[in-house]
Every structure is written in C-alpha cells, then in structure tokens.
Design a protein. Structure first.
Length: 658
C-alpha cells in the first residue's frame, strides 16, 4: 500500500505545478518574470544559467498567477519543443485540403496557442535563428502573419516570452539576444541553509502536492491579487521628464547599441513602480531594473550607474539670476598638483636617459631568434570584399545567414524548382496543378464530386528552396616575432577585425587559432560571439618563432571537432601569415614540413574553403612564401593590402573553387 500511495503521489505532482511563491532565492529572475507579467510590452526575459537553477519551475509557476482569460479559462502555458518546424510555430494553410475540397483551412501553430499566455522556450540558444526571429517578431508586434501560396492570414499573438539557456552550450546571436527585453544571469544557491530548505520543499511537494499547494495557497492568492492590481495601475504610472534623461545617460554610459535598451528600461521601470503600488517612477525604480535591461546589451562586464539626478525645482520658484562681473577672477590653481615636466623630460629622468625607440626595420635574423612579446593596437577596420562560395552543393541545411547559398532543409528560402519526392509538407501548388492538368478530362468523367481541379496523390509536388546560410570562419593567425616588425600586426589585426565585422553581419560562427613560439593554441573556441573575438584580438601579443606546422595541425583539430558536431556546416579557413616557418614539429626543414601539412589538411577536409592572406610587407624583395602555402592548400591568395573591397577583384577569377 505504501508503494502504491507513493506512486500516486508522484503522478499527482506531475500533473500539478510547483507554486511560484515557494521558489526560494533567485530574486532577480522572479522580479524579471513579474515585471513582464505586469507589462508584457517589456518584451520578455532570457534567463542565463546552469541546469537545475529553477528556471523552468519559476516560468511554469508564473502562469498560475496570471488573470483569467475573458472567457474564464486559464492562460495557456506553451512549452516550446526544441525540434519544432516553422509550420508548427507560425501555423500553416492546408493546401492539400484546399485543392481537394475547395476550402482554405488554417492550421494554427504555437504562436496562436500561446495568445494571452506564456511561451516558454528552454535552450533558446539552440533554436534555428529564423524560428527565433519569427517568435520575437510576434512578441514585439503582438500579431502573427501566416503567408502561404498567395494566402495571407493575420491573428493576434500576445504572450509573455520566457527563454532560458545555458551559456556553456553556446550563445544566442547578439542581434537576437538584444530583442529580449530583459536578461538575468543566475547560479545555484551557495548558502547551505537555503539549499537544505530547497530540498525540504521539493521533497514535500513530491510527497504530497495537494498539501503543499494548500500550504502556499494564501501566498499565491496574494501574489495574484497584487499582479492584477499592478496591471490596472500601469496605465496611470508616469515617469518625470528628468528621469527620462537619466535613462538615456545610463544607456550612453554603458555604450549600448541602438535605443531598445532605453525603451525597455522605461517600460520596466513603470512596471516596477506599478508592482510597488505607486503611480510615479523614481530613480530607485530605474536603478532596480537597469541591470536587467543592460546585461545582454552592454560591452563592459558590469553596468556603470551614474548618480541619480536631483529633482527639478518647484515651478513656483523663480530662478536666481547670476550676478554679472566685468572681470571674473581666474580659477584658483591646485597647489597639490604635480608640475608638468618640460618638453623632452619625464618623471624620473631626462629624455637623454630614456632608451631609444626600437628599430622598426626588419633584420635578417628576426625569424631565427626569439623576440620579446609586445601587444600592438588594432588598426582601423574597413569594408572587406565578399568571400563566398560560387558553387552550391546539394546538401540540405537549416539555420540562417547571409554568406553562402545552400539547399534549404526547411520551408524558409527562395522557391527554385519542384520535386515529386515528398516528406517535408511544402506543397508546390503551381507544379502540382501542372502535373494534374493532362488528366482533368478523364478524371471529371470518373469523379463523384464536382471539383474545379481533380488532384491525385501522384500529382503532388513539393518545393525545393535555396537560402543563404552562415559559414564557420576559422582564423589561423601568425603571432610570431616577424609579425611585429614594421608594425605588421597592426595591419593584420585591422584585417581580422574587418573580417570579424563582416562575419557578424553575415551571421557566421568564428574561431581563432594563434601560432607563435613553439606551439599553437585555440584562443577562441567556436562561437557566435564576435565581441569575444574582438576583445581577444586587441590583447593578442606577438613574439617568438613561427611554428606554422603547429598552427595548421591545430586548425585540423578544430575542423575535426566542428564537423563531427555539425556535419553540414560550411568551413572557411583564413590563414594570415607571411609564411616564414622556422619552428618544426619533426626533423624536416620547417618550411617543407609546413607545405606538406598544408597539402594533407586540404586533402583531409575537401569541404573546407581556404584563404591565405599574405602579411609580408611591401619591399624590393618579397619572398612570397605565403603564396607557396596557398598553392599547397589550393587556397585563394591575396595580400593584406588587397583585402579592401574597393581594391579587390573577384576571388572566382583568381581561384576556380570560389
């Protein structure tokens, strides 16, 4: 009997939702959820943290606090399936039924089901970008539009969007992350007493969910009532004009791009004031919500908050006019300030005692000796020429991007032709009618229904689509001492930065391998975060020998791991070096060893496209060792100065593989 009761209790718990009021700790996450419940126009929240930190528990508990729908029903809680297709999300029109029966039928998707409720997306960072785009568009506009084969349908789709993600499994693209209103980062509780209480509460809920819910019923009712009152109060909440300027100052000081952060912060501050039972926003309200509005938008590690502005003077007081002085006294000098040293002198000695500046010229021994590490700045970025494949394979791919053309594995993309193969439910109406046309006379004579067009199953055709997809850009960068001569690394960093900006616009993944000294290392694992790559690039030092073979071997390892995880990805390997290998892994001469490794790399990964950027400086004598490397890799070759879009010819003319 005890076993049966325990089993029944577990089944009851599975049918019930852990109450929101019983969730311990994670106050910032709970506040972000409640602010979106008060004002869904805040734009949703993305919760970043490890598994097992109550993300989904709090999201599910929020639904029970929402007011009942106009028809008296409960708001929906839609748990987004990770393998959802576009039709499952947006909805579709049943065209087979339309052709067969003459009626247009709408098949609602998840966005229709989530209307007036909660749409919860676990592991949102693992979704295809085009699905996230569609969801965010509906969340922002409050409507969803279904367009298929000349048919268009629009329906309301207002919901609270909650996305959760574990950053260790990959990042969401910055331009998509920015469209979430708020973001919070959470971690497991470190206080042992709180952890014990968490365990006790969960055990109590699993053992007897009805008793647990009854014990928290009063707290749940209080939260639900407070939420309803805050929603009613929201329309009356006002923000003083001087605090609008305070919001702008916060966003400007934290270097956020665009103006969405300002808008979200204002909406969240109004929701916070309504939740607190007030109709006037204060500076404290803004400071309470600002970290959540800035976390995923700012460039710095922690938000920088300026002091709140003083309240404006009462309107009844007349401002005092300053007294006019014909000869204002000069400002008093600070006696404690250090005197400025004369030109040519520095603190601690004369200019003559300072060491002479390093000789910018190259020496013939630069590649043969170890040099001291130095960090050179990043040069000015510029528009780079377009790097893309000129030929397209037949592999079906999902995802999105703007670099290379590919066959689409989803219903996204340009319709190019049709096929009789079925399985994706993407009807090609024109091709289907053409296939059925020759048989209409005989089918009408045998038909029992009077239809405009008689369609047989063998007539049905599906679409073949093309779309642009992103690539995987692997930078293999020479960080040896020879790159520091004549400040070559400044130009190289400018070129890499320019390519990184291009990768950001084309939605590519990027990774970076640097070889210097005696080895190579992956300084940036594959990521969608171009910001991380840019910060790393700025601090990248130069110095030591040129282990080119080690760099190519490390690149091979990165390609192997990436292709094992995503076999259909399109790798683009960009090697930036002067080709002066002088550190070998074996007994062969370094340059010969590097060329042999390059040939093996190309043979082993024929699906990858290679580009070699020669960083050797202009001069009377150029060794052009990088050109030989490009030949071994069967890569497109050009010099650093040729990267600029206005100076480049098409790589297709230089290399037929492009």
């Amino acid at each position: 009997m005890n076993f049966v009761r325990s089993d029944a209790a577990r089944g009851a718990a599975a049918r019930r939702v852990y109450p929101f009021s019983a969730v311990l700790a994670q106050e910032e996450m709970k506040l972000a959820l409640l602010l979106n419940a008060v004002n869904p126009a805040v734009g949703g929240v993305v919760v970043r943290g490890q598994k097992g930190t109550a993300k989904s528990t709090a999201a599910r508990g929020l639904r029970d606090l929402l007011p009942a729908l106009p028809d008296g029903g409960r708001p929906a809680f839609v748990d987004f399936p990770l393998g959802a297709t576009e039709d499952m999300v947006i909805g579709s029109i049943d065209f087979e039924a339309a052709v067969r029966d003459g009626a247009v039928r709408f098949q609602p998707g998840l966005l229709a089901r989530a209307h007036m409720g909660v749409l919860y997306i676990d592991e949102v960072n693992l979704l295809d970008d085009h699905l996230v785009d569609s969801i965010l568009d509906a969340a922002e506009s409050g409507a969803n539009i279904v367009e298929r084969e000349g048919q268009s349908l629009r329906h309301a789709s207002r919901f609270i969007l909650i996305g959760t993600m574990n950053p260790e499994e990959g990042e969401l693209r910055p331009q998509l992350l920015d469209r979430f209103g708020l973001a919070v980062s959470i971690a497991g509780e470190s206080d042992p007493q709180v952890r014990v209480e968490l365990l006790k509460r969960r055990e109590a809920f699993d053992a007897d969910p009805d008793a647990f819910l009854a014990a928290h019923a009063a707290a749940e009712a209080d939260l639900a009532l407070r939420l309803r009152e805050a929603r009613k109060r929201l329309a009356e909440v006002r923000i003083p004009p001087h605090l609008v300027g305070f919001i702008a100052e916060i966003c400007q000081r934290n270097h956020v791009a665009g103006h969405r952060a300002d808008i979200v912060m204002e909406r969240a501050a109004r929701a916070f004031a309504a939740w607190a039972g007030r109709t006037d926003v204060t500076a404290d309200d803004i400071l309470a919500v600002a970290p959540m509005a800035l976390l995923h938008r700012m460039r710095a590690g922690t938000p920088e908050m300026p002091p709140p502005p003083p309240p404006p003077p009462p309107e009844t007081e007349e401002p005092e006019e300053p007294e006019e002085r014909e000869n204002p006294a000069p400002e008093e000098e600070d006696d404690t300030a250090e005197p400025t040293p004369p030109q040519g002198e520095e603190e601690g000695g004369d200019a003559a005692d300072a060491p002479p500046p390093p000789d910018p010229g190259e020496t013939g021994r630069a590649d043969a000796a170890e040099t001291q590490d130095e960090v050179q700045e990043v040069g000015a970025s510029y528009a780079v020429r377009r790097l893309e494949r000129q030929s397209m394979d037949q592999t079906l791919r999902t995802g999105s991007g703007r670099r290379s053309r590919s066959r689409s594995a989803s219903k996204q993309g340009r319709y190019v032709k049709s096929t009789s193969r079925r399985g994706r439910n993407d009807l090609a109406l024109d091709a289907t009618i053409r296939a059925a046309a020759p048989y209409q006379k005989s089918r009408r004579e045998q038909a029992t229904q009077d239809l405009a067009v008689h369609i047989a199953r063998s007539d049905i055709r599906e679409k073949i689509r093309e779309r642009r997809v992103g690539n995987f850009l692997l930078f293999v960068v020479d960080g040896s001492g020879s790159m520091g001569a004549q400040r070559r690394m400044v130009e190289t960093k400018a070129a890499v930065m320019s390519l990184l900006l291009d990768a950001y616009q084309k939605r590519d993944k990027v990774a970076m391998v640097v070889f210097r000294g005696r080895a190579a290392e992956v300084v940036l694992p594959p990521t969608n975060s171009v910001d991380r790559a840019a910060k790393l690039l700025a601090d990248l030092p130069v110095g030591g020998r040129t282990p080119l073979t080690a760099g190519l071997a490390e690149a091979a390892g990165v390609l192997r791991r990436v292709l094992r995880k995503e076999p259909t990805i399109l790798p683009l390997v960009i090697v930036m070096t002067d080709g002066r290998a002088n550190a070998a892994l074996g007994e062969r001469p370094p340059h010969e060893e590097a060329l042999a490794a390059a040939a093996v790399l190309h043979e082993r990964y024929p699906m990858a496209q290679f580009v070699v950027v020669d960083t050797e400086t202009k001069g009377v004598v150029r060794l052009e060792l990088a050109r030989k490397l490009a030949t071994a890799l069967e890569a497109a070759y050009f010099k650093t100065e040729d990267l600029r879009a206005e100076d480049l010819v098409s790589l297709a003319k230089e290399h037929q593989a492009w």
